[in-house]
Design a protein around this ligand. Structure first.
Ligand code: ATP
Ligand code: MG
Length: 573
């Protein structure tokens, strides 16, 4: 573990199964795996699976493999393989072993030969359309393929020739011989191998036949000694097939089948894994399908996989969400078999709770208007002590420069105040954070009537240490010294979609129709000078504005760039 999650694990039904299996002595050690297909970047949904698999292994002194389920080379890429590793590490987890399903291709091939030899698989010449029409429907049994009764020797020969590249893509498949009348369509002679003459990101051109997911997945689990194979609910109906392959092949009693992978240094004994399903994590106001996320990237609708509005882990990281907040979200959401859509605010509240405790406070003005304090002499300059964290004195103090001209937030002044407005108004008073009470004495305008600057006077009796320091006044505003402030680019992010369910395609709409045109607003802000020197990815609360992070990619001391992580409160409620 690069960073051991400090929070107590939440109990759930899978954890109970693991505890029971440990107590009964069924497994001396538990092994789990996180098995992404390297066909895209990880998203916030994957975080649930990562936290569950790595979390259980850590809690019970077990092991967790990171396995790339790379059996479908057409969509896979080494870029994804690398990004997935970086994202899992960022979330705070590390794997016992890094594996690829493609490391086991030779074993998969030997296992398929065994299935053929035992009369459990056959080479089928039906094309994809024919296979579909033979398969039947939910209410109607399928029909046997005309090639189902091929002899073992012929099947072995054809299968070897499939591997040798003698046949065109799609011309033949290897199929399991199970039951075309099964009520579970997954058991109607599913494909085991298909012909695909394309290069693979890990095995290059060594293979032109590739195993199907259901076949490869269970075998990979067994080869790695996985005890609990945790997956999402859509695989529930595949479990009989998962168990069928394991039972027919019986890897534990056929060491010769595993021999090719032992060379690659596998350490765990072969297991009979148990598949357990749980519900996917879904959030409102976002899309999570890799296909849609890829389209957002490819069509330039966002700046890339790491755009801070993306639900990808790399996007969320750049947005400034702490990894600990993601883990806490996974804990709060829990693990059940109940499908549900979680409100995005659940995640944001985890972020707020984390940052309220962890982020130091600073002052920044994102829509500046100048306020000249006319009773201070030109050139006035002082350095005020400001606490870095009002709830944690151990974080100490910093010096904040104060001068005669300051920037305040445009919306903290109203010339004609609305009811209940307790900030600066002509002739009115407000407290300037760390300074004292200021009164607005004049409003200077441009020719077009817009505000050029405000003039005010500081009540010197209200300053720290003076008798009037505690004078009661409604409203406190933040500011930065115009003389000392640094200009910065600040990116104000909002939701990427305007509706709770952008996957809804009724009315002929698609998620593209729901993109929020105001999901990012870039402003030029004025910051307290101490913010220039911070490192990328450091997070702060800008007082009264929200939480901000120095952009991971673009922030530089001479050109600061901050992203808004989230507002201080959930304004959507
Ligand atoms: P695809 O869009 O390619 O089907 P996928 O989301 O299933 O993508 P995988 O790479 O196959 O992606 O997922 C890796 C693991 O993460 C799987 O075990 C999968 O069940 C789990 N996982 C994926 N999405 C979620 C989710 N939203 N909630 C919980 N677990 C998930
Ligand atoms: Mg998948």
């Amino acid at each position: 573990m690069t960073e051991v999650p400090s929070i107590a694990p939440a109990h759930n039904f899978i954890r109970q199964i693991v505890m029971d299996d440990m107590n009964s002595g069924k497994h001396p050690m538990i092994r789990t795996r996180f098995p992404p297909e390297p066909n895209g970047y990880l998203h916030i949904g994957h975080a649930k699976s990562i936290c569950l698999n790595f979390g259980l292994a850590a809690e019970f002194d077990g092991q967790c493999t990171l396995r790339f389920d790379d059996t479908n080379p057409s969509k896979e890429d080494i870029e994804y393989v690398e990004a997935i590793q970086a994202d899992v590490r960022w979330l705070g987890f590390d794997w016992t072993e890094l594996r690829h399903a493609s490391d086991y291709f030779e074993t998969f091939y030997l296992c398929a030969q065994k299935l053929i030899g035992d009369g459990h698989a056959y080479v089928c010449d039906l094309n994809a359309d024919e296979v579909r029409s033979y398969r039947g429907t939910l209410t109607e049994a399928g029909r046997n393929s005309p090639h189902r009764e091929r002899g073992i020797a012929e099947n072995l020969d054809l299968f070897a020739r499939m591997r040798a590249g003698e046949f065109a893509d799609g011309a033949r498949t290897l199929r399991a011989k199970i039951d075309m009348g099964s009520g579970n369509i997954n058991l109607r002679d599913p494909a085991i191998y298909r012909i695909r003459k394309i290069s693979h990101q890990n095995t290059g051109d060594a293979w032109c036949i590739y195993p199907m997911y259901d076949y490869a997945h269970g075998l990979s689990d067994a080869i790695e000694g996985i005890t609990h194979s945790l997956c999402t609910l859509e695989f529930e109906d595949h479990r009989p097939l998962y168990d069928w392959y394991l039972a027919q092949i019986d890897l534990g009693n056929h060491a010769e089948l595993v021999a090719p992978v032992l060379k690659s240094g596998l350490t765990a004994p072969v297991s009979t894994p148990r598949q357990i399903e749980f519900s996917r994590l879904n959030f409102d106001f976002t899309v999570m399908s890799k296909r849609k996320l890829l389209a957002l990237v490819n069509d330039g609708l966002i700046s890339g996989w790491n755009d801070p509005r993306m639900p990808t882990l790399t996007g969320i990281r750049r947005r400034g969400y702490p990894a600990a907040a993601i883990r806490e979200m996974a804990r709060r959401v829990g693990v059940t078999k109940q499908e549900s859509v979680i409100e995005f605010s659940v995640l944001e509240n985890c972020v707020r709770d984390d940052l309220d405790a962890s982020a130091e406070r600073r002052m920044a003005v994102i829509d500046p208007v100048k306020l000249v304090i006319t009773n201070l002499v030109p050139g006035h300059e002082e350095f005020l002590s400001a606490s870095n964290h009002p709830k944690d004195e151990t974080r100490g103090q910093r010096k904040v420069p104060f001068a005669r001209e300051i920037w305040i937030e445009r919306e903290d002044f109203m010339e004609v105040p609305s009811k209940g407005f307790h900030r600066l108004v002509p002739g009115g008073e407000v407290r300037l954070r760390f300074v004292g009470i200021i009164k607005c004495v004049d409003v200077i305008k441009h020719e077009d009537g817009s505000i050029k600057e405000l003039h005010g006077t500081l009540d010197l009796e209200s300053r720290s240490g003076m008798p009037g320091a505690d004078r009661k006044i409604k409203g406190t505003i933040h500011w930065v010294s115009a003389l000392h402030a640094i200009a910065a680019e600040v990116r104000l992010y909002d939701r990427l979609f305007t509706v709770a369910n952008p996957d809804d395609e009724s009315d002929g709409k698609t998620y593209r129709d729901y993109l929020n045109p105001d999901s990012v607003r870039v402003v030029s802000a004025q910051l307290e000078p101490s913010l220039a020197a911070v490192e990328a990815e450091q997070r702060f609360q800008f007082e009264r504005l929200g939480y901000f992070v120095a952009d991971r990619l673009d922030h530089r001391p001479d050109k600061p760039v901050f992203n808004r992580v989230c507002t201080l409160r959930d304004s959507k409620k």
